[in-house]
Ligand binder design. Structure first.
Ligand SMILES: O=C(O)CCC(=O)C(=O)O
Ligand SMILES: [Fe+2]
Length: 199
C-alpha cells in the first residue's frame, strides 16, 4: 500500500484506487450530512427481480449539468440543477483529483438495512475508463470489491470513514464490481456522493 500526501494507493490488481482519509479536516462533516439529507429531493427507485417489483433499499438523487442525463435500468433521468453546496463539493473534488465532473449521484443509506448490490459503473456515457470520486459522510460502511469475471480470485473490502474520498479510475470498472452490504446490527445514516463525468 503506497502512501503519499496525495492519498493512499490501494493495491488491487487491475484496479486503480486512491483513498483520501480526511482531505478537508476543517469541514464539519456532520453538518454537511444533515444539510444534504434535508435539502436533497430524494427518490426511491424500484427494481424488478424475477418479475417482482421491489423498492430499492436506499434513497437516491441525481444532480448535474442540464445536458448530463443518465440512463439507468432502461430509464433516462434528467439531473437536478447544481446547488451552491454541491457545486462547492464538486470544485473541491476536482481540485483534489485533477479530474472534471459534470454530475453527482447521491445515495442515502438510512440505516443498516440499506445497501447497494454488486455492480460496475460501466454505462457507455461514462466512457471506457471513468474517474469516479466518491465522498462518504456519516456511518462508516465497507465498499466491497469482487471480480467481474467468474472464477477469478481476489477481493477487497474498503471501510469508508466519515469525510473520506475514494477515487476509482483506470480499469477498475472493467475488472471489478463493487457494492455495500446490509448489516445485521443497527447503524447510523450514511450518505455517499459519487461525482462523475457524463460524456
Ligand atoms: O455508497 C457507496 O459507497 C457506493 C456508491 C456507488 O457505487 C455508486 O453510486 O455507484
Ligand atoms: Fe458504483
Amino acid at each position: 500500500m503506497g502512501e503519499s500526501a496525495a492519498g493512499e494507493c490501494l493495491a488491487l490488481e487491475g484496479a486503480e484506487l486512491t483513498l483520501y482519509r480526511r482531505p478537508w479536516p476543517e469541514v464539519d462533516t456532520a453538518g454537511l450530512l444533515a444539510e444534504l439529507v434535508e435539502a436533497t429531493p430524494w427518490r426511491q427507485e424500484t427494481i424488478t427481480l424475477f418479475g417482482k417489483t421491489h423498492l430499492q433499499p436506499r434513497l437516491l438523487s441525481w444532480c448535474g449539468d442540464a445536458n448530463a442525463s443518465y440512463r439507468y435500468s432502461g430509464k433516462t433521468y434528467q439531473p437536478e440543477p447544481w446547488t451552491p453546496l454541491l457545486d462547492d463539493l464538486r470544485g473541491r473534488l476536482e481540485r483534489l483529483t485533477g479530474a472534471s465532473f459534470n454530475s453527482v449521484l447521491l445515495n442515502y443509506y438510512r440505516d443498516h438495512r440499506d445497501s447497494m448490490g454488486l455492480h460496475a459503473d460501466d454505462e457507455p456515457e461514462l466512457g471506457p475508463q471513468p474517474t469516479i470520486a466518491s465522498l462518504s459522510l456519516g456511518e462508516e460502511r465497507k465498499l466491497i470489491f469482487r471480480p467481474r469475471a467468474k472464477g477469478e480470485a481476489g477481493k477487497l473490502d474498503i471501510p469508508l470513514p466519515d469525510g473520506s474520498v475514494l477515487v476509482m479510475a483506470g480499469q477498475t470498472q472493467t475488472n471489478w464490481k463493487h457494492g455495500i452490504r446490509k448489516l445485521n446490527r443497527p447503524c447510523g445514516p450514511r450518505l455517499n456522493l459519487t461525482f462523475r463525468q457524463i460524456i
